[in-house]
Design a protein around this ligand. Sequence first.
Ligand code: UD1
Ligand code: CA
Length: 462
Amino acid sequence: MKCAIILAGGKGTRMKSEEPKVMCEVIFDPMIYHVISSVLEANIEDICVITGYKHEIVEEYISALQGNISHGYQREQLGTGHAVMQARGFIIDHLDDEILILNGDGPLMDKDTINKSYDYHMQNNNAITLVSAIVDDTDGIGHIKRDDKGNLLRIVEHKDATEEEKKISEANAGTYWLHGSDLLYAIDNITNNNVQNEYYLTDSLEILINKGKNVGAYVCENSEVILGANDRKQLNTLNNIMRRNINDAHMLNGVDIPCTDGVMIGRDVKIGKNTRVLPNTIIKGCTVIGDNCVIGPNTWIEDSVVGNDVILDNCKILDSTVEDGVDAGPFVKVRANSILKKGVHIGNFVEVKNSVVGEGSKSAHLTYIGDSDVGKDVNFGCGTVTCNYDGKVKSRCTIGDGAFIGCNTNLIAPVEVGEQAYIAAGSTITDSIPDKALSIARAKQVNKEGWVDIKKPYKEKK
Ligand code: UD1
Ligand code: CA
C-alpha cells in the first residue's frame, strides 16, 4: 500500500503574501493543488497534509478536493522533520506501507517521477529513497553528500554547508519514499542540532544509514521537476515552466497554438483536436473545449464547456456552456449559468448572464440578456436590454421561438414575448406579448410643421 504526507505548514515570508506559501498559485492553482494532483495521478489516494501557518485556509481548501485527504496541524514551524512528527498517528496507521513525503511548495513534481522513484525504492528494498537532481543553482538547496564510491552519506542543508559542500550540485528534491516503520524510527531520532535549530527531515537519511538500512537516491533526468518557489520571482519561473509543459502537451495532442504568447492553460483543461488557441488566451478550471474551434485572441474561459466548431474572439466565458457552432465576439461576456445553444451568434458588446439562448438565435450588437429564457431563432436588435433588476428582486424574461426584437427595446422583467412576435424598435415592453403579435410601446410621433419659423430657436446670422 502507498500513502503520502505533504508538508504545507510554512509561512513563506519571502512571498510577501497574506496566505500560506503553498496557496500561492502556479497557472491559477495553488502550489499544493499541483502536488496533490500529481499524487492522485500516481494513484495514491490516502494523503495527510501538514498545515501550520494560517492552517484554516489550507484545511478549507483541501477539504473541497477529491481523495481521502486528512490533515495534521503543526502549531509552530520548527522544521520539516518536526512537520512530519505531526503525522505520527498517520504513520502508525501505515507502518507496513510505503510513505511518500513531498514539499507542498514543489508544484512541478510529476506522477512519472513519483512512480519511477517508487519502483526504484521497491527494487532496492530501501528504507528511504530520496529524489535528487543535478542543478545549476545550488542556493538554498540540501546538498547530497556521497562517499568516493558514490554511496549516500547524508544531506547537508545549504546554510549548514562548508564552502566545499556548497559546490555539490546534486540537490535534494524534498520528495522521499520511506517504509512506514523506518519513518517512525527516523522521526523519533531527529534532533535540532544545526545552524537553524530546526528539526530537519533530511537527517532521516543519516539516521537510517546508521541503523544499517538500505538507502538510495533516485536521480531524475529532468531537474525541473524538483524546483520549488520561495519568492515571487521563482514563482514566475515555475509558471513559465508549467505553462510551457501544458502548452506542449496540448500541441502534441493536436491543438494548434501558433504563438504561445500569453497563452495560459490550466492543468485540468481539456481541448480537442484541430482547435486553434490564439495569443493572450487564458483557459482555466475544469473547462472542456471540443474540436475545430478558434479560441482567442484575448479570451478568458473559466469552468465552462465549449462544443465543436466554436469561435470565441475576445470573449470572457464564465461557468457556462457554449454549444457547437456558436460564434461569439469580439468583446462578449457570458456570465455564470448561461447556455448558448447550437449555432447562436453573439456579436460585439453583448453580455449574457444566467440565461439560455436557444438554437440559432442572434444578438449581433450592444445587448444585455440577463435572467432570460430565449427560444430558437430569435433576433435581438441592436441595443436590446432585458431590465431584470428593479433594485430589489431579479425577474426573468421569456422570449418565444422566432421572435423579432426591434432595436433599442427594453424588456421590463418579468415579461413574456410570444413565439414569432414582433417588437417595434424603441419599445419599452412592460406587458407580455401574445404569439405572432406586433407590439409597439413608444410615444406616437408628432410633426409640428413650420415650428422653427415661429419659435425662431436659433439666432439668425446676419
Ligand atoms: C527543503 C529541504 C532541502 C531540499 C528542499 C527542496 C529540509 C530541511 N530541507 O528545504 O534539503 O533541497 O526542501 O525544495 O527539509 N514546512 C512545514 N513546517 C516547517 C517547515 C517547513 O510544513 O516547520 C513545509 C513548507 O511549507 C514547505 C516544505 O515544508 O512546503 C519545505 O520547507 P522549506 O522551508 O521550504 O524547506 P527548504 O528550505 O526549501
Ligand atoms: Ca522550499
